[in-house]
Design a protein around this ligand. Structure first.
Ligand SMILES: [Zn+2]
Length: 74
């Protein structure tokens, strides 16, 4: 597999910084429903742990970009 640099644009709700994150800087947790499905990352500016809900399209985008996925239900 050829290495592909995938970056995701994100913003911090705390300090309002905007930045790009590599796929390995993001974690995706898939729950039983959309309410328990979210992605998380740490703001590179202020260090806040950010958690945001992930809809179906975001899940597709993140998993397609190589983001590590954790399934919360089996
Ligand atoms: Zn921040």
């Amino acid at each position: 597999m050829a290495p592909t640099a995938v970056v995701f644009k994100a913003a911090c709700p705390d300090c309002r910084a905007r930045f790009e994150l590599a796929s390995d800087a993001i974690r995706l947790a898939i729950g039983a429903s959309e309410r328990t499905t979210f992605y998380s990352f740490t703001c590179p500016d202020c260090g806040t742990a950010v958690r945001k809900p992930a809809g179906e399209r975001i899940v597709e985008l993140l998993t397609g970009g190589g983001v590590r996925t954790l399934r919360l239900h089996h």
